[in-house]
Ligand binder design. Structure first.
Ligand SMILES: Nc1ncnc2c1ncn2[C@@H]1O[C@H](COP(=O)(O)OP(=O)(O)OP(=O)(O)O)[C@@H](O)[C@H]1O
Ligand SMILES: [Mg+2]
Length: 236
């Protein structure tokens, strides 16, 4: 059964529809990428799925249930988590405080502690730096905190908006390796990236978004070889 089904959605700001008639599916336990250049509308789509932005048309279903009328926190509780573009952490709070801040919605303390341990097992660097203020961490470590924070809500779908941006290849490799371990345990991923090569190498299937509309979709390995993708995103 498919977890997330997005059908023919439109969304935008003011008078402009920046996303038009986009349909995509994230089946349970699969890794799906949404790729496209700067301004294509990727973050807009993420925000319509997590509820930060209202739909102007189409529908979003989660586990067979329409969720358009659900608020952001209800979607989070239903299992949809987002690692937002730019991370949006609390820089003056410690790693642990940032993690705890994401789980103050009635989880018993012991469960919260367990979630923190899961994050520290995934990113052992964060365990070492648990008492360090987040603003003093490296960019890669901050991205790990942002992912960890999303995991604190125990999601079944993790949407990551540009997790690799501005990071050195080595730490990007570490982060993507950790994401691979996560999906082995049944979590679904929607990876949003401008870095087309990296994301197509990291997922099962992908959608290519261009100026607010989907232009291609398919198996990630096939898309890596697709003439349009090579020409438009991989420098020929
Ligand atoms: N809050 C907003 N108000 C008005 N226009 C917006 C707003 N957010 C985004 N846009 C516009 O919508 C279009 C799509 O933006 P979006 O952020 O979804 O693109 P993106 O694919 O995520 O780009 P990037 O890779 O640079 O993050 C852009 O033209 C952008 O200027
Ligand atoms: Mg974006």
């Amino acid at each position: 059964m498919s977890n997330l089904i997005v059908r023919g959605i439109s969304a935008g700001y003011g008078k402009v529809n920046v996303v038009r008639d986009v349909s995509l599916t994230v089946p349970e336990g699969r890794r799906i990428a949404l790729v496209g250049s700067n301004g294509a509308g990727k973050s807009t789509i993420v925000r319509t799925i997590n509820g930060l932005l209202a739909l102007r048309g189409g529908s979003v279903q989660w586990d067979g249930v329409p969720i358009e009328s659900m608020r952001v926190h209800q979607r989070t509780r239903a299992g949809i988590a987002t690692v937002p573009e730019g991370r949006l952490l609390f820089p003056d709070c410690t790693v642990t405080e940032n993690l705890v801040a994401a789980s103050t919605w009635g989880q018993p303390k012991i469960e919260r502690q367990r979630s923190i341990e899961v994050v520290f097992d995934l990113f052992s660097r964060l365990r070492e730096r648990s008492a360090q203020r987040v603003g003093t961490l490296s960019g890669g470590e901050q991205q790990m905190v942002a992912i960890g924070r999303a995991l604190m809500t125990r999601p079944r779908l993790l949407m990551l908006d540009e997790p690799s941006i501005g990071l050195a290849p080595k730490v990007v490799g570490e982060i993507f390796e950790a994401l691979g371990r996560l999906t082995g345990s049944g979590l679904s991923l929607l990876l949003v990236e401008q870095n087309v090569q990296l994301s197509l190498r990291s997922v099962d299937c992908a959608y290519v978004l261009r100026r607010g509309e989907l232009v291609l979709e398919g198996n990630a390995a096939d898309l890596l070889d697709h003439p349009f993708v090579r020409e438009a995103y991989l420098g020929g």
